[in-house]
Design a protein around this ligand. Structure first.
Ligand code: G3P
Length: 216
């Protein structure tokens, strides 16, 4: 399973990459806006920071402009994966970008049929937003499980990239569902490593060791 970090903050991406857990980065227009920095500069730095794919979203609503933006984004770095929303125009842009050998991550997916449509259009990734489905009382992982099953039924190479992750439990359920990727906020990456018994156990081991007054 691949872990991506859902962030446009180069410093926190760099820290997470240093931990050896991060295989890629996803951004979205809200995360980019939060940086207050030029989009292209942020993307160039993110691509220098991580070895894997970096998702960058178009902001147009019509397919021709989405394609133009997508080509511009893709020219920044070979690691760029263009993000298009699951709309009719977004699917038209996905087909056009894929025909130009540009990888697309189709985002804002909330149903298995949306994911099926995106895979049929050649998407490299589909991003079901589990946290936002939970927010409206739906089980986002029922959708993820359905997508994984459908993709296996038809041997789609499109990868299921679980997004809108809010907790370690979301990551656990994504892994249990067989998703290819989960994109995680930095705070969730920090949480998945922590357990009180690990800290307590290490303190006790080292306290006993120091009593021996030995060195390795
Ligand atoms: O970046 C895509 C997705 O992970 C954003 O999720 O719901 O936390 O804004 P959310």
């Amino acid at each position: 399973m691949k872990f991506f970090i859902d962030s446009a903050d180069v410093n926190e991406v760099r820290e997470a990459v240093d931990w050896g857990l991060v295989d890629g980065v996803t951004t979205n227009p809200s995360l980019i806006a939060k940086t207050g920095r030029p989009y292209a500069d942020v993307l160039r730095e993110l691509c220098q920071t991580v070895d894997g794919p970096v998702s960058a979203e178009v902001v147009a609503r019509e397919a021709p402009l989405m394609v133009e933006e997508g080509q511009k984004l893709a020219r920044l770095d070979s690691k760029i994966v263009v993000k298009c929303p699951l709309t009719v125009e977004g699917l038209k842009a996905t087909r056009a970008l894929c025909s130009r050998a540009i990888r697309v991550n189709v985002t804002l997916i909330f149903s298995p049929l949306q994911a099926l449509a995106a895979a049929k259009c050649g998407a490299a990734y589909v991003s079901p937003f589990v946290g936002r489905l939970d927010d409206i009382g739906q089980d986002g992982f029922t959708v993820v499980e359905q997508i994984v099953k459908i993709f296996r039924n038809y041997a789609f190479s499109t990868e299921v990239l679980v997004a809108s992750v809010r907790s370690p439990n979301h990551l656990l359920r994504a892994a249990e569902a067989g998703a290819h990727v989960a994109t995680l906020p930095f705070n969730v990456i920090k949480q998945i490593l922590k357990h009180p018994l690990t800290d307590l156990g290490l303190d006790n081991f080292l306290a006993d060791w120091h009593k021996t007054r030995q060195k390795i």
